[in-house]
Write a protein that binds this ligand. Structure first.
Ligand code: ADP
Length: 654
């Protein structure tokens, strides 16, 4: 007997969050109350895994002769449900900590989820790491008797009615393992009946890798389906197994099952879940696949077997070629693991590509959920090409923002004169479409990928190339290469009377004077069709969106580099400015007009830094224009067919 054991019963209070959770669980009637059976079995299975693991590593464990099993006993007369395992058990301190006094981060999250309407589904409790407490949905009193696998530890008993407190007593004559006796509530009698319990086990726990007995009968199948040849496994078995291993209610979107023999022997079964819990704000504790070595689960969340950009995958990898004592630390460096990992990545990526080709609808569903994570793979140098094949984007040739295309499709339909893959970023498809920087591509029928997710700013430039084509932001593309490409609407405005280039060049220099350092330079545009001016990035700078992101992430980042202002000499606004300039090179009105124009293109560019200054400059421009219009005749008339916006706003007929 130890000091602790000679003590009288000890009383503990549940941690506040745990009490709150228990309160909710005991006072509401949930539809899936039977999940408590799954949670208890799953805890037993984890505890048994730990014994098996110690055993294969040759570490001492108490009562080593006991078979690794789970037993369930029902007593209809006394209305009890009892589960007994020969697992690793708990020491005094583990018991106090694990069950009651430490609130795991999941506790509060789960309480929150239950509180939200339409979300009264306790099914997910296991995912939050608080599965044990589900026992209080069915039990009015719970008694745990446990003895740790540590040979020097005595046994303990834990009792609680789930109402705020629990009690711990010493327990005599206990063997390694844990027994949980649940005195069922009146309204939960069904769980003392064989039929209901068996049904629940079949539903949730068929794949538990240890035998579950009710009386003398083993009620689960224990099938390591990943070791079976594919032809032996039915679709439903895969689906069931996924639900079991991933704690999820939905069927998986797709799965990949294969075994390899040479040069390395291993089995792999990987699933893609329908929902991405990360998107719903869940943590990543659940990530990783089950790693088995010689039938022993050595890591239930092996995170290094797949790269982070495939972390949504769930499943099993088993190899008999790995050492049993492989630890998380040595996993990464193990040469076999590296080989397995590379084979699995390749096979998994090509499987996803096959889904994209053969089942585009399923693929779209996959992409919506996991695409954002997959995109992080752009920097996996070794598998870059394969990863990039999976990416989907919206583009100027898509009917709406819902349609998405892959990079291969883009390359296939590139214009023969086009050398680069073009993309353009903005907050939305609408914003991108109204940006003058891509007018020329629209006019010439050249496809531009629209990227609206901030991560794309890293992804596409990060890829640099795809199928030997450079990837470039459209505002930095070298459009001189596209000179020969005819405009699609044939409105080639080359013949249109544009002012003399030399004159416009002078105006450009004057505009640069007025704007100073705010622009890198002002030049005549080759890309503008309908708009008077645009801001574009200089071809050696980062793309504009990227700069915005860098600024958002780091306030001290270098200020965005000044952009190039391109002006459209064929546009009435520029032509009129030229007229004013030619009359008076220092015209104060010209300065205000330039400020106004600059403000408007800044808005389109999404780079407004000082809205107050901008509003003031626009208002100054308005007053001046009004004064001029009222006192004198208009300074000039629009020389061209295209109406300036002011004209369109003519008073409506009454
Ligand atoms: P989770 O299993 O997700 O960790 P639970 O609330 O179900 O969360 O269980 C809390 C902890 O209690 C477990 O992590 C484990 O340490 C311990 N535990 C529960 N059941 C058993 C058992 N049958 N044998 C040994 N330890 C157990």
């Amino acid at each position: 007997m130890t000091d602790k054991q000679t003590q009288k019963p000890e009383k503990f209070k549940f941690k506040a969050e745990v009490s709150q959770l228990l309160d909710i669980l005991t006072h509401s009637l949930y539809t899936h109350r039977d999940v408590f059976i799954r949670e208890l079995i799953s805890n037993s299975s984890d505890a048994l895994d730990k014994v098996r693991f110690k055993d294969v590593k040759g570490e001492a464990v108490a009562d080593a002769d006991q078979a690794l099993e789970i037993h369930i006993e029902l007593d209809k007369d006394n209305n009890t449900f009892t589960i007994r395992d020969t697992g690793i058990g708990m020491t005094h301190d583990e018991l106090v900590k694990n069950i009651g006094t430490i609130a795991r981060s999941g506790t509060t999250e789960f309480v929150k989820m239950l509180a939200e309407e339409n979300q009264k589904d306790v099914n997910l409790i296991g995912r939050f790491g608080v599965g044990f407490y589900s026992v209080f949905m069915a039990g009015e009193e719970v008694e745990i008797t446990t003895k740790s696998g540590d040979p020097d530890e005595p046994g303990w008993q834990w009792i609680s009615d789930g109402k705020g407190a629990f009690q711990i007593n010493p327990a005599e004559n206990v063997k390694r393992g844990t027994t949980i006796k649940v005195s069922l509530r009146e309204d939960a009698k069904e769980f003392s009946e064989e039929y209901s319990v068996k049904t629940a086990i079949e539903k949730y726990s068929s794949f538990v890798p240890f035998p579950v007995f009710m009386g003398k009968e083993q009620v689960n199948k224990i099938a390591a389906i990943w070791r079976e040849p594919k032809s032996n496994v039915k679709e439903d078995q895969y689906k069931e197994f996924f639900k079991f291993i991933a704690h999820q209610g939905d069927d998986p979107v797709t799965w990949l099952h294969f075994s390899a023999d040479v040069p390395l022997q291993f089995h792999s079964l990987l699933f893609v879940p329908k929902t991405n819990l990360e998107l719903m704000g869940f943590g990543r504790e659940d990530d990783g696949v089950h790693l088995f070595v010689k039938r022993v689960l050595v890591d239930a969340h092996a995170k290094d077997l797949l790269p982070p950009y495939l972390r949504f995958a769930r499943g099993v990898i088993e190899s008999d070629d790995l050492p049993l004592n492989i630890s998380r630390e040595t996993l990464q460096e193990n040469p076999y693991v590296i080989k397995i990992r590379n084979t699995v990545i390749k096979r998994f990526l090509s499987h996803l590509q096959e889904v994209a080709e053969k089942k585009p609808e399923d693929y779209l569903e996959f992409w919506k959920q996991h695409g954002r994570i997959v995109k992080e793979g752009y920097n996996d140098y070794q598998h870059k090409d394969q990863v990039a094949e999976l990416f989907l984007f919206n583009s100027s040739k898509c009917a709406d923002e819902k349609e998405l295309i892959g990079l291969s499709t883009y390359v296939e339909r590139m214009h023969e004169k086009q050398e680069e893959i073009l993309f353009f970023s903005g907050p939305s498809r609408e914003a991108i479409e109204s940006n003058p920087a891509i007018e020329i591509f629209k006019a010439k029928g050249i496809e531009v990928l629209y990227t609206t997710d901030p991560i794309d700013e890293f992804v596409l430039p990060g890829l640099m190339m795809f199928k030997e084509k450079m990837i470039k932001s459209a505002d930095q593309a070298d459009i001189t290469k596209l000179e020969d490409v005819k405009s699609e609407d044939n409105a080639d405005e080359k013949d249109e009377k544009a002012p003399d280039k030399k004159d416009v060049d002078k105006l450009a220099r004057r505009i640069k004077d007025i704007l100073g350092d705010r622009v890198e330079t002002v030049k005549l545009s080759e890309r503008l069709v309908d708009s008077p001016a645009v801001l574009v990035g200089s071809s050696n700078a980062m793309s504009g969106q990227m700069e915005k992101i860098m600024q958002m992430m780091n306030k001290d980042a270098a200020p965005p580099s000044a952009k190039i202002m391109e002006i459209n000499q064929k546009h009435p606004i520029i032509a009129n400015m030229l007229t004013i300039y030619q009359k008076d090179t220092k015209s104060p009105l010209l300065s205000k007009l330039v400020e106004g124009l600059y403000s408007s293109i800044q808005i389109l560019d999404g780079t407004v830094e000082h809205p107050q200054v901008m509003a003031a400059s626009i208002q100054a421009l308005l007053s001046e224009t009004l004064e001029l219009t009222l006192k004198t005749k208009p300074v000039n008339k629009a020389p061209q067919k295209k109406a300036a916006p002011a004209k369109k706003a003519a008073p409506k007929k009454k």
